[in-house]
Design a protein around this ligand. Sequence first.
Ligand SMILES: Cc1ncc(COP(=O)(O)O)c(C=O)c1O
Length: 239
Amino acid sequence: MTDRNQALFDRAKALIPGGVNSPVRAFKAVGGTPRFVQRAQGAYFWDANGQKYIDYIGSWGPMILGHGHPAVVEAVQKAVLEGFSYGAPTEREVELAEEIIKLVPSIDMVRLVSSGTEAGMSAIRLARGATGRKKIIKFEGCYHGHADALLVKAGSGLATFGNPTSAGVPPEVVQHTIVLEYNNVEQLEAAFVEHGPEVACLIIEPIAGNMNFVRASLPFMKRCRELCTQHGALLAFDE
Ligand SMILES: Cc1ncc(COP(=O)(O)O)c(C=O)c1O
């Protein structure tokens, strides 16, 4: 049988760098052939070979009700008849913002963006703007999108700068990014002793989906919260 996933991947690679439209999905890093989704319903999707899978991705969150829930399909169909996209404000954005704020009591305001990369970039810019500081702390293995300042891996020691993980990112651009080991409380404390007053924010995946759902330990998360508060840095959760 022809492997249609492989055939589609070969076609994609000739047209799209790495054959994917988000760098983190590039299969060069992990090997194998990606599944090209043909359709999805409820908790399942089917790939280009017609193979059925339980969908543990859920479009990274938005498909919380499963695929093709009748109420969602009806609302989407009704909405598209009024136009797809306008490039101008709409009442629905205001309604969505109100709904999010109502559901999450700690949220005062929201900025809706199109990708996780933009969300990470915006959070860091906001933190730097609000604190007037330059440095950010991130953790090895956590992915926050493909903004230049975040494409960085740990240097040889705490005092050294991180190294860019992608061609096209000059070392100067990541000089304010401190990369630490996930779940390493000692290293976290040492970083705040050394850089505390310069840290604008600490950004973290509280459940690290990009390194096989490694769980953050409770003492580690507590120290993240406490040290940020103590040093006037912001704490950004990228989930
Ligand atoms: C935790 C996290 N942050 C940010 C991103 C980047 O999102 P996007 O590919 O939409 O730019 C991802 C993507 O996988 C992610 O898992």
